[in-house]
Ligand binder design. Structure first.
Ligand SMILES: NC(=O)c1ccc[n+]([C@@H]2O[C@H](COP(=O)([O-])OP(=O)(O)OC[C@H]3O[C@@H](n4cnc5c(N)ncnc54)[C@H](OP(=O)(O)O)[C@@H]3O)[C@@H](O)[C@H]2O)c1
Length: 250
């Protein structure tokens, strides 16, 4: 373990049944800090080597969370792709891919999207209390709909995932989700890949929005690793005293 700045909540249950998950926040951004551009097509910022690295990270997690706008915009599969990694998970007694998790205030999600349609894995939709009945009617046949409070509280989401056996949670964006997780101090680790290009359009979604982040010029985050993957660079930051230096895949 290396020196870090924050202390995350202790596990609530002595028997480990409701541990707070280890939270890895991961994304790839442009040189000017954007996650996407404003075109119709999804912007692929990572290269092949980095996509494979992310696949390895997914294979080590129990759940992958993305915001509802990422589900609507990207229609992601959120599955482990490598047959060998799927086989290894099965050999460990795990589902071949992690649970899929999203967060929404109103439940405006397409039940036929790949998030819901692909993968024999649990799908969880955390939504605001007032939207639970409508979301249950709309998505209840393809996902477990969970009341996450009014407004939705990410701390509650993370804790609830712990009660569902999630020990390692991978959060893959987008920026609105990153902002809440980081400003609330809920992440143990940040894996930030930087692609060698600019987006140059301030209407596009950034890595994070405005907010009060625990890490500032007077309180710098701890850089744990720098890794070159072709023309992409991976920056790993330790964000809590739970940082697991050996926990990264590959
Ligand atoms: N480059 C990368 O690595 C990467 C990774 C992921 C995403 N992206 C890009 O990021 C963009 C999306 O990012 P984004 O910041 O616009 O959106 P986002 O973070 O993906 O999702 C935001 C949505 O999540 C829901 N949400 C978030 N916090 C909530 C809360 N506390 N309570 C209730 N609902 C909440 C809301 O859904 P409702 O609107 O349904 O209420 C909100 O509109 C896309 O363009 C995508 O391509 C890039």
């Amino acid at each position: 373990m290396i020196g870090t700045h924050r202390t995350r909540p202790e596990p609530a249950g002595a028997d480990g049944a409701d541990q707070v998950p280890y939270v890895v926040l991961s994304c790839c951004m442009s040189l000017d800090g954007y996650l996407d551009d404003m075109s119709e097509e999804r912007l692929l910022l990572s290269n092949r080597a980095d996509f494979d690295r992310v696949d390895a990270v997914r294979a080590q997690c129990d759940a992958i969370l993305v915001g509802a706008r990422t589900v609507r915009r990207d229609d992601p599969r959120l599955l482990v792709r490598s047959p060998e990694r799927r086989r290894q998970r099965a050999a460990r007694g795990q589902p071949v891919s992690p649970k899929k998790v999203t967060v929404t205030s109103g439940g405006d999600l397409d039940p036929t999207s790949r998030f819901f349609a692909l993968g024999e894995v649990d799908k969880l939709v955390y939504c605001a209390s007032s939207a639970v009945p409508a979301t249950q009617a709309h998505l209840g046949s393809v996902a477990t709909v969970v009341d996450a409070g009014e407004p939705v509280d990410f701390g509650r989401v993370v804790t609830d995932l712990g009660t569902r056996g999630v020990r390692r949670l991978l959060i893959e964006g987008g920026g609105e989700v990153h902002t809440q997780v980081l400003t609330r101090g809920l992440a143990d680790e940040l894996q930030l890949a930087v692609a060698p290009c600019f987006v140059g359009d301030s209407r596009a979604p950034r890595f994070v929005r405005d907010g009060g982040f625990p890490w500032c010029p007077e309180h710098r985050a701890t850089l744990a690793e720098v890794r070159r993957l072709g023309d992409v660079v991976l920056l790993r930051y330790a964000l809590s005293d739970r940082f697991d230096d050996g926990g990264d895949a590959d």
